[in-house]
Design a protein around this ligand. Structure first.
Ligand SMILES: Nc1ncnc2c1ncn2[C@@H]1O[C@H](COP(=O)(O)OP(=O)(O)OP(=O)(O)O)[C@@H](O)[C@H]1O
Ligand SMILES: [Mg+2]
Length: 332
C-alpha cells in the first residue's frame, strides 16, 4: 500500500510517500521560515502564495525521490485543518485534483492528530496512550484509545507553547522561529535564575495558558535589567517554566486516566531540554515516553501519510467535497 501525504497547513509545503505503515519512501519539506523571519512571524497571505508557487515541484520531487509512478499510489492523505485556511486550501485542492485524475481515494487528516500519529513512523506504541501536541498553534492533550479514536482532555486557553516562544523571541528581536533559537541560546543557562510562574499548574483541570507566562517574561525585563550576562539564564528559566508546566499537567493526566504511555509531538517536542526532562521524570514515575525524531516533530507530510494509513486500513475515506477547516476539533 502506498500513500501520498500532503501538508500545507502553515508555512511548510510538504509531500511524502509512505509504503505500508512506516516505510518512508520520500518526505520533502520546503520551509518558508526565511521568508517569514523578516516579519518575526508567519504572514498568511505570503504563506499561501508560496505554497501555490511550490506545490507542483514538491509533488514531482516527492514522486521522483520515492521512485514510484503516480499510478502506484493507493490513497491521498491530506491535511484539511486546522491551520491557515489559505494555505490548507492549496494542498487540499491539489489533493482533490490528483484524486480525481488518478482515480484514487482521498483522506482528510487533522494536522494535530498527525503530530501525535507521527510516532508510528518510528515506534509501534501500544494503546491507549496520552498524546501531547506542543506546536506553534496548539498545546493539546489527547487520550488516544485506539487508532482514529481520540478524546481531547486538555488544551491551551490562549497562546500555544510554541507561540509563547515565538512571541518572546519577537519581543527580544532574536529571530524566528523562537523555540529553536531560545533552545540554542539557553543551553548553558541557569534554569532556576528566575522563578517564572507555572500557569494553571495547580488547577484541577488539564488546560494550559501560556499568554500570562509570556507577559511575566516581558514584565520581568521591564522591572529588571536584561543584560548580555543574564540573557541566557533568563531564557533558560523561561523555557524551564514552559516545560515544567507541560509536565505537571501530563503527570496529572496519567494519574487521572491511569495511563502509562505518553507520546509527545509537534515542533516544540524537538527541544532537547523538553526531551531530557520528560524522559527523566517519566522514568521516575514508571511511565513510558516516546518522542518522534526531531525532524518528524516539526511539520512534515510523512506524519499525514502515516495517519492516513490507519484511516485507509479502516475504510474511513473522505468525500471529494471535504472542506478545509481552519479551526478544527479532534474527531472522537
Ligand atoms: N527546538 C525547539 N524548541 C522549542 N520550540 C521549537 C523548537 N523547534 C521548533 N519549535 C517551535 O515549534 C513551532 C513550530 O512547530 P510546528 O511546525 O509543529 O507548528 P505549526 O505547524 O506552525 O503549528 P500547528 O502544528 O499547531 O498547526 C514554533 O512555534 C517553533 O518556535
Ligand atoms: Mg504543525
Amino acid at each position: 500500500m502506498i500513500i501520498l501525504g500532503i501538508d500545507t497547513s502553515c508555512d511548510d509545503t510538504s509531500m511524502a510517500l509512505l509504503e505500508g505503515k512506516n516505510k518512508v519512501l520520500s518526505n520533502v519539506v520546503s520551509s518558508q521560515a526565511d521568508l517569514h523571519s523578516l516579519f518575526g512571524g508567519i504572514v498568511p497571505e505570503i504563506a499561501s502564495r508560496r505554497h501555490v508557487e511550490l506545490i507542483d515541484n514538491i509533488y514531482r520531487d516527492a514522486i521522483a525521490k520515492a521512485g514510484v509512478s503516480p499510478h502506484e499510489i493507493d490513497a491521498i492523505s491530506v491535511t484539511n485543518g486546522p491551520g491557515l485556511i489559505g494555505s490548507i486550501l492549496v494542498g487540499l485542492c491539489f489533493a482533490k485534483g490528483l484524486a480525481v485524475s488518478l482515480k484514487k481515494s482521498l483522506i482528510g487528516i487533522n494536522h494535530v492528530e498527525a503530530h501525535v500519529m507521527s510516532i508510528f513512523l518510528e515506534y509501534d506504541v501500544g494503546f491507549p496512550f496520552l498524546g501531547l501536541v506542543v506546536s506553534g498553534g496548539h498545546t493539546t492533550i489527547m487520550l488516544v484509545h485506539e487508532p482514529c479514536v481520540y478524546e481531547v482532555i486538555g488544551s491551551t486557553r490562549d497562546d500555544a507553547a510554541g507561540e509563547a516562544f515565538d512571541k518572546v523571541a519577537k519581543f527580544l528581536g532574536i529571530g524566528y522561529p523562537g523555540g529553536q533559537i531560545i533552545e540554542r541560546m539557553s543551553r548553558t543557562g541557569k534554569r532556576d535564575f528566575v522563578m517564572f510562574p507555572r500557569p494553571m499548574a495547580e488547577e484541577d483541570n488539564l488546560d494550559f495558558s501560556f499568554s500570562g507566562l509570556k507577559t511575566a517574561f516581558i514584565n520581568w525585563t521591564r522591572k529588571n535589567k536584561l543584560t548580555e550576562d543574564n540573557l541566557i539564564d533568563v531564557l533558560a528559566s523561561f523555557q524551564e517554566a514552559v516545560f515544567d508546566t507541560l509536565w505537571r499537567k501530563i503527570l496529572k493526566a496519567t494519574k487521572r486516566f491511569n495511563i502509562k504511555r505518553v507520546v509527545v509531538g509537534g515542533g516544540v517536542a524537538a527541544n532537547s531540554r523538553l526531551r531530557e526532562m520528560f524522559r527523566e521524570r517519566c522514568g521516575n514515575e514508571g511511565l513510558l515516553v516516546y518522542f518522534p525524531s526531531p525532524t518528524n516533530c516539526t511539520d512534515n507530510a510523512a506524519m499525514v501519510a502515516a495517519t492516513g494509513y490507519f484511516y485507509f486500513e479502516r475504510g474511513r475515506l473522505s468525500p471529494l467535497d471535504i472542506k478545509g477547516i481552519s479551526r478544527m476539533r479532534i474527531k472522537v
